[in-house]
Design a protein around this ligand. Structure first.
Ligand code: ATP
Length: 965
């Protein structure tokens, strides 16, 4: 099951490494990590497990575990020609073998397992960052290798490479087959799957119909449902499948990369192995997966993109962000939840990330100053990942789940059937055993059954042939070494260079050239169509179709390996666990799959090479004489030296420019002037050297011409003719491209004209609509203004009335107050008078009492009483009157007070109404002002429309009149 990503993740299996283990100087941010070399931690840990793996003693049931950290390496790419042209400076550099340092602030530095400078070859990277993972995978330990970095930093260059410099994937495939060859005591079954995650959709790159596949999970881990798996028989076979898959991958041109990967790809090599032959009975099978992941590059949000590219970019960034979060959580011992499910990438790689795989992270970076921030982010990501601790373990599976066991069983059964079939064919009895009587009978019997027997024989022969071919087909799927089984594999004694040697047919499946070695002019042409990715893409798509060595053609098998061509290897889409079973294919497949010693492939495999680069020209080696080779090598060397010097001079020129600018700003700065002088001298010296080199090249060419014999000259002429042909072909391609671009341009111009017309029409319609809208609006506004002025008039009238009423009420109130005052004075007077009278009455009453005391008779008394009553009545009459008057005045006073209270109340009410009216007036005035603003806006947008201005002035006049009124 190619897509299954190992066993289910177990949180317990993973621990963030103690971050204190790496000492961090707070000021300098220098993170000291355990550095590795080719033989330290990753490799040594694999060596440890190797002993366990190949030991004849059965392994204990519990998994073999060894603690290690993720191998984190950083690879610098050189400045691209474009970056040099743009005068980019180096912002980050490799300081020794393990440290990356910032050019502008040397205190900012990070340490990793290994840092590869721009000149390091991919093979070197493979040996240090990938070989131990591949080795482990061949021993049953799952492995994952990631290439991580921003767009155009060199991930695809590192993972896929080209014919001159094969990447990690071809090197790993090659290595896997070499390991099989060097492990004679085991037999292997290899199958591959290849998928991409494009815009969060999983696509099968080996099966164009496999689109939007689902990720499922069972107790063994996550897997991609329905992905196609191909059993592979040779490196060329595997590479041809990868090349075919690459054709399906989503690539597109961006501002940074003409061929930018727009999807993450996961290439999975599933390896099954068991002891060879009878030894395999009862032995567990080792099953492991090697995931080689080429991530799409993160993109800066500062970069202007549009449409499809922006959508792709946001998906890419989101999934990389999730990857970053997952890694942060994995290194945080306190984190309880790891968000694997937040992206398809982390979901598929859940098991690898969660600490059961041996993991190697290769971070690719550019030294360019324009990407300094992105590079810094990559470095921080890499540093975080370094703290992930893993417990890689060997996977063993029980028989029925193993495909290799299934095939082995089937082969055994078929062989038995064959034996049976052979035995069933009736042997001819020995004549000596037969008596004379029987002969006639036997003869008769034989004659009778002759036809019958003949047909049965034919049937059995057919069945036998079918069984034989099935056995052959199954046998050839299982790969075994052709070496002596006694000479078991010595893991560290292999010669990596030998494994890295590629045959011509294998190289044919790799891209011909590096991406950046494509015609620069062509690149500029596309880049100059600024912001129009679609045009650029279309043009490039055309270019891809027509270009002789375009990517599609690079990837198309140049020379199909007949023994392993995809058509020969029929396969089926399998569901969860059954890989495709090659059905077709003749016996020629067998020879290659068994990696026979005498085959050309094996000769290449076992042939030690002095110079690992020699393979690049292996196809020419046969044809070009040695002297000619040497000369061309020397010439190449001189040219390379010249190129390096030119690049250095260009870099220095850009520094010079920058310094001159600085010097212009601060002419007093002696230091800068001094530096400029030194740089000038340097550049001059370099130019001299370049001139010398040019002369040397010329001389060399001349001498080499003389030295070459006629055949060499003929050959050179032929080569030149080839080059000429190639150039003229490229020229034709370019001319065709130009024609296409011209045509596109014409089409776009036409489209532009049509669009301009449409725009004019729309403008016209808009102005008409505006006029109409404004007319209606003005009318409405006028109506509103009229209504407002009317209501204002009414309000003012009401206001005036209220004011009058209020002043009248005030007058009334003051009159009432005056009257009240007079009355109260009068009341006071009356009360005084009353008091006085009461006093008088009292004095008059006292002599009568005296008289009453002295009188004796009752009559007299009665008479006296009557008299006194009469007198009292006499005296009482004015006081009664006064009292009445007083009462009346009091009543009057009360009524006045009530009237006054009523008036005050009315006054308050009137004041309230006045206040309300004032508020309403203010509100209406405000509304009116807003409307004027609106009108003036409309007028401004429309221009000085006379009607509006008329209406405005008219309304203003009205307003002024109202104001004055
Ligand atoms: N180490 C290197 N040496 C020389 N050239 C390199 C190196 N790394 C990358 N390049 C060149 O730089 C360019 C960009 O590289 P590549 O396409 O591999 O980047 P990438 O990271 O895969 O980009 P993307 O994410 O956009 O796909 C290519 O032309 C490639 O040939």
């Amino acid at each position: 099951m190619a897509s299954r990503q190992g066993s289910k993740s177990r949180k317990a299996g993973l621990k963030g490494a103690d971050s204190t283990a790496s000492s961090t100087t707070s000021s300098s941010k220098l993170y000291q990590e355990t550095s590795i070399d080719g033989h330290s931690s990753p490799a040594s840990s694999s060596a440890q497990s190797k002993q366990q793996f190949f030991s004849p003693d059965p392994l204990p049931q519990t998994a073999q575990r060894s603690k290690e950290n993720v191998t984190v390496t950083v690879r610098f790419r050189p400045l691209s020609p474009r970056e040099i042209r743009q005068g980019e400076e180096v912002a980050w550099y490799a300081d020794g073998e393990t440290i990356v340092r910032n050019e502008h602030n040397p205190t900012i530095a990070y340490a990793y397992d290994r840092v590869f400078g721009p000149t390091t070859t991919t093979r070197n990277v493979y040996d240090i960052a990938a070989h131990h993972v591949v080795n482990g995978a061949m021993e049953g330990i799952n492995g994952t290798i990631f290439a991580y970095g921003v767009t155009s930093s060199g991930k695809t260059h590192t993972m896929h490479g080209d014919q001159r410099s094969p990447g990690i994937i071809p090197l790993a495939v090659k290595d896997a087959f070499s390991i099989i060859q060097e492990t004679p005591n085991r037999e292997f079954l290899l199958r591959i799957s290849y998928m991409e995650i494009y815009n969060e959709v999983v696509n099968d790159l080996l099966n164009p119909a496999g689109h939007n596949l689902r990720i499922r999970e069972d107790k063994q881990g996550t897997f991609v449902e329905g992905i196609k798996e191909e059993v592979v028989l040779s490196p060329a076979h595997a590479l041809s499948l990868i090349a075919a898959g690459e054709e399906q991958r989503h690539v597109g041109s961006t501002n940074f990369n003409l061929l930018s990967s727009r999807s993450h790809t996961i290439f999975t090599l599933t390896i099954e192995s068991s002891p060879l032959g009878d030894k395999s009975k009862g032995e567990a099978v080792h099953l492991s997966q090697l995931n080689l992941v080429d991530l799409a590059g993160s993109e800066s949000s500062k970069v202007e993109t549009s449409g499809v590219r922006r959508k792709e970019g946001s998906y890419i960034n989101k999934s990389l962000l999730t990857l970053g979060t997952v890694i942060s959580k994995l290194t945080d011992v306190r984190a309880s939840h790891v968000p694997y499910r937040d992206s398809k990438l982390t979901r598929i790689l859940q098991s690898s990330l969660s600490g059961h795989d041996r993991v190697s992270l290769i971070c690719t970076v550019t030294p360019a100053s324009s990407s300094s921030e992105e590079t810094h982010n990559t470095l921080k990501f890499a540093h975080r990942a370094k703290h992930i601790e893993i417990q890689a373990e060997q996977n063993k599976i029980i028989d029925e789940k193993s495909l290799i066991k299934k095939y082995q069983r089937e082969i055994r059964q078929l062989k038995e059937e064959l034996e049976q079939l052979k035995q069933e064919i009736v042997p001819v009895p020995q004549l000596k055993d037969i008596g004379a009587d029987d002969i006639v009978l036997l003869k008769q019997k034989l004659e009778d059954g002759q036809v019958k027997l003949q047909s049965r024989l034919e049937e059995e022969e057919e069945a036998k042939a079918a069984l034989l071919s099935r056995i052959q087909r199954l046998t050839k799927l299982i790969l075994v070494s052709t070496k002596n089984p006694q000479a078991s594999r010595l893991p560290h004694r292999f010669n990596p260079r030998r494994r890295h040697s590629f045959g011509e047919e294998e190289l044919a499946y790799l891209p011909y050239k590096r991406r950046d070695m494509m015609d620069d002019e062509q690149l500029d042409l596309y880049v100059s169509v600024e912001g129009n990715h679609e045009i650029r893409d279309n043009a490039y798509r055309e270019e891809k179709k027509t270009r002789k060595h375009g990517l599609l053609n690079w990837l198309k098998p140049k020379k199909r390996d007949h023994s392993s061509s995809a058509s020969d290897q029929s396969s089926v889409v399998k569901s969860n666990s059954t890989p495709s079973t090659p059905q077709g294919g003749g016996s020629h497949l067998h020879t290659e799959s068994r990696l026979s010693e005498g085959s050309p492939l094996m000769e290449q495999l076992s042939e030690p090479r002095e110079d690992r680069e020699a393979l690049e020209d292996s196809s020419h080696e046969m044809e070009i004489p040695e002297t000619s080779n040497k000369m061309s090598d020397e010439l190449d060397l001189l040219r390379e030296q010249k190129k390096i010097l030119s690049e250095e001079a260009a870099l220095q020129l850009s520094s010079l420019k920058r310094m001159s600018d600085e010097a212009a700003k601060s002419p007093q700065n002696e230091e800068i002037n001094e530096e400029i002088k030194v740089l000038n001298d340097d550049i001059k010296a370099k130019n001299d050297q370049i001139a010398t080199l040019e002369r040397q090249i010329m001389d060399f060419v001349m001498t080499s011409h003389e030295a070459l014999d006629k055949s060499d000259i003929m050959q050179a002429v032929a080569e030149l003719r080839d080059q000429l042909n190639e150039k003229s072909f490229e020229l034709e391609v370019k001319a065709a491209d130009n024609r296409i671009i011209q045509q596109t341009l014409n089409e776009k111009t036409c489209e532009c004209e049509v669009l301009q017309e449409e725009v004019a029409n729309l403008k016209q319609q808009l102005s008409e609509a505006l006029e109409l809208a404004q007319g209606t609006k003005i009318k409405e506004l006028k109506q509103d203004a009229k209504e407002l002025s009317e209501s204002k008039e009414q309000l003012e009238l009401r206001n005036r009335k209220l004011a009058e009423e209020s002043s009248y009420a005030k007058g009334l109130a003051s009159a009432a107050a005056v009257e009240l005052k007079a009355l109260s004075e009068e009341v006071a007077k009356l009360m005084n008078q009353n008091e006085r009278l009461a006093a008088e009455l009292a004095t008059q009453k006292s002599p009568i009492a005296q008289r009453n005391k002295t009188g004796t008779t009752t009559n007299v008394r009665n008479n006296g009483r009557r008299e006194s009553l009469a007198k009292r009545q006499e005296h009482d009459s004015p006081s009664m009157e006064l009292k009445r008057e007083l009462r009346m005045s009091k009543e009057r006073e009360l009524s006045y007070e009530a009237a006054l209270g009523e008036k005050e109340q009315r006054e308050a009410e009137l004041e309230r109404i006045l206040e309300e009216t004032k508020q309403r007036e203010a509100y209406l005035e405000n509304e009116l002002a807003n409307m004027w603003v609106l009108v003036s806006k409309l007028r401004r947008s429309q221009g000085a429309d006379s009607e509006i201005s008329d209406s405005i002035s008219e309304t203003r006049q009205t307003e002024q009149t109202e104001g004055s009124f």
